[in-house]
Ligand binder design. Structure first.
Ligand code: 6GU
Length: 241
């Protein structure tokens, strides 16, 4: 898989050389290419933003550097362009699994109040486009979001994680439940004991206990995962026909 990042803050992507993605890149499974968007801004100040038509606060990213960047790095029909934006579709494990099937992803990291809409419309004509949000809060820019999406996607690539089982059992995996609590040695720590059932050697009992703990935790923290028609404050969602 080839991953490209278009950003005015290339330094944000230094962590790609570390940790899990770095190892995958070293193994040849992955290629990372980070591009400073300002190399495609040609005025003396390398301007990438301007005031919004129609007025209002903040600045909007100009279309021309984006268009030149897409041309220069070869965005085409075999490319998925991910715009990281708080107005995108919510990112979740299903979206990560879908993106993990792509051969090339270009992350377009917006700053300021957003990117001129024509850039997104143009990208849709030449490539596949996903507009993705990490959640209902606002970051200053899309760089940290692009890193989060990268880590969620890259660890799903075949041959990437050492332990395929930990992919099955983890939160947001196939069970649809949050992960159960886990313990390791010592058996007693600061007066707190590991639950007896985990020391029993009874695999059936352990599995039943873990499932019940996962269900309890999910009901408390994420009731929307158990009953998608109920808000997390318990309010039923009733849609007009
Ligand atoms: Cl993807 N970008 C920005 N700027 N803010 C966000 C976000 C993305 N997801 C949540 N907040």
């Amino acid at each position: 898989m080839r991953l490209d990042y278009l950003t005015i803050f290339p330094d944000f992507f230094a962590p790609l050389e570390l940790s899990l993605p770095g190892k995958a890149a070293a193994s040849g499974l992955l290629e990372f290419h980070v591009h400073d968007l300002r190399q495609w801004a040609h005025d003396r100040h390398r301007t990438v933003d301007d005031t919004p038509y129609g007025g209002g606060a903040g600045m909007v990213m100009k279309p021309e550097p984006w268009g030149e960047a897409f041309d220069a790095i070869g965005v085409d029909a075999d490319t998925t362009v991910v715009f990281t934006t708080p107005s995108g579709e919510p990112f979740d494990q299903r979206v990560a699994e879908d993106l993990a099937t792509r051969g090339r992803i270009v992350f377009a990291c917006g700053r300021y109040e957003g990117i001129d809409q024509r850039v997104i419309d143009h990208a849709r004509e030449i490539a596949e486009v996903r507009e993705i949000s990490l959640g209902d809060y606002v970051l200053n820019g899309g760089e940290v979001a692009a890193l989060a999406v990268t880590e969620a996607v890259v660890r799903l690539l075949p041959g990437f994680m050492g332990n395929a089982e930990s992919l099955v059992e983890e939160s947001h995996g196939a069970s649809g439940l949050l992960e159960y609590p886990v313990y390791t040695k010592p058996r007693t720590w600061r007066g707190r004991d590991v639950p007896d059932v985990l020391l029993s050697g009874d695999h059936g009992k352990v599995a039943a206990w873990r499932h019940e703990e996962a269900r309890r935790r999910t009901a408390q923290r994420r009731p929307d995962l158990l009953h998608p028609s109920v808000l997390d404050d318990g309010t039923p969602i009733v849609r007009a026909q």
